[in-house]
Design a protein around this ligand. Structure first.
Ligand code: HAM
Length: 410
């Protein structure tokens, strides 16, 4: 006899059983509601892109994580690791017709061959909100504000999370002020972004490999002690707008936020849980050159990516693992096969009236039915026995208050 083969989803890829789907729906619901409330227009795109588009625009790290393959015509293709290069491609393709500034949103399935750690999978859904063609810091305030709104809609409170914000431009000025030449800054950003994830001596080695002298390496580390952003007008403006929009309390200046992707040019930000238990909840920033590097006309842009994995773990920890379970409105059951049609007719009528009804598929004893109904989280339950069908009416029980009302069966 052949050996029994057992299949599992490939490592890091995800199945969504109903309990997982309940969480996903709750999280996606908040993403969509927050985007909608702030006037972002939904868009979508293909999951497969040309390898070159994705690899060229990512930071080094994401570039190495791309799933790629050759199709039968030898095209080098890849699964998207993020949405931003695709967004830039779509905008560049119709740049003459589109009405700028654009405010676009999507929930994109993304793939990255990552080292698996808590909160990082090889497949995730990433909510994106981006504003393209607006220079003012109001754009940053609007995208961060939308993400904060989504977190609040999911049921988190402001004390659960912090959005740490900095500016690559400001960091560049500080580095230049310490004598580090601007052409070295891109490498310095990549190295300093590793702080906290890599020991400092390895980062120092990366900086020296990038051509920095010992004194410059020390100066780069010293810049990371900056605590005051009052010398950075764009950050001062963002804090002022956050005050007006009601999220200044969750915003924090943090010079160590640099971001791993190479296309950011201005304000950058990342959101973390306050307790520091999880990886980043969302991240984003301003990127001014992406459109031109893929062949479009110059356009400034700002946006963020907000994954479903970390926030779901955080919600489960704060609200309880069962908190997302959807409640059915009414459970309908019956005692013997003879009452089945009457139960189906009642369920149909209630559904037409807008109720969410779970009809038992089999006859059962009342005790079993009512305990199932309570477990399933139904708000109300109706159970049909021979007497109910004979008299043409039954009692609908409110499972919270235990009160009963009559329902007609005809
Ligand atoms: P990112 O920081 O690479 O930025 O990813 C954004 C968010 O996606 C992360 O904060 C996290 O929530 C989620 N995420 C990323 N990788 C994984 C993973 N392997 N497993 C689970 N969740 C993950 C970007 O992707 C930028 N394109 C965002 C952006 C949009 N910037 C401007 N517009």
């Amino acid at each position: 006899m052949a050996d029994k083969i057992s299949f599992e989803a490939p490592r890091g890829m995800r199945d969504f059983y109903p309990a997982d789907m309940a969480w996903r729906n709750r999280v996606f619901g908040a993403f969509r509601a927050a985007a909608d409330a702030a006037g972002f227009e939904p868009y979508d795109a293909c999951v497969v892109e040309s390898y070159e588009l994705l690899a060229r625009k990512a930071g080094e790290e994401v570039g190495e994580q791309i799933y790629h393959f050759y199709d039968k015509s030898d095209r080098h293709l890849a699964l998207r690791a993020e949405m931003t290069p695709t967004l830039a491609r779509m905008v560049a393709q119709r740049q003459k017709e589109l009405p700028f500034p654009l405010k676009w949103t999507t929930i994109a399935q993304c793939f990255r061959y990552e080292r698996m750690t808590k909160g990082r999978k090889r497949e995730h859904y990433q909510w994106n909100v981006d504003i393209i063609g607006e220079e003012s810091i109001l754009a940053e305030a609007e995208v961060i504000g939308a993400a904060v709104d989504a977190l609040r809609r999911m049921g988190l409170s402001d004390s659960d999370f912090r959005v740490r914000v900095s500016s690559r431009r400001f960091l560049g000025e500080l580095l230049a002020g310490s004598g580090i030449a601007p052409e070295r800054h891109a490498q310095v950003f990549l190295a300093l972004d590793k702080r906290g994830k890599m020991p400092d001596f390895e980062i120092a080695a990366m900086l020296r490999d990038g051509g920095l002298s010992e004194a410059e390496t020390q100066a780069a580390f010293a810049v990371m002690d900056t605590r005051d952003c009052s010398g950075c007008p764009e950050l001062v403006e963002l804090f002022r707008l956050a005050e007006v929009a009601g999220f200044a309390d969750v915003l924090q200046f943090d010079i160590s936020v640099i971001r791993g992707l190479s296309y950011y040019t201005g304000i950058v930000f990342e959101c973390f849980d306050t307790a520091g238990e999880f990886r980043a909840i969302f991240g984003g920033g301003r990127y001014d050159n992406l459109l031109t590097t893929i062949g479009g006309e110059p356009a400034t842009a700002v946006g963020l990516g907000f994954g479903d994995v970390v926030v779901t773990e955080l919600l489960k920890a704060r609200l309880g693992a069962d908190a997302a379970k959807a409640r059915v409105g009414v459970a309908v059951g019956f005692m013997f096969p003879e009452q089945r049609d009457a139960a189906l007719a009642l369920a149909t009528r209630l559904r037409r009236g807008g109720e969410r009804v779970d009809l038992s598929l089999r006859s059962m004893k009342p005790k079993k039915f009512f305990s199932h109904a309570s477990e399933s989280g139904a708000a109300k339950a109706v159970f049909l026995g021979p007497d109910d069908v004979a008299r043409g009416a039954a009692r609908m029980k409110d499972l919270d208050t235990r009160t009963e009302t009559e329902v007609c069966l005809n």
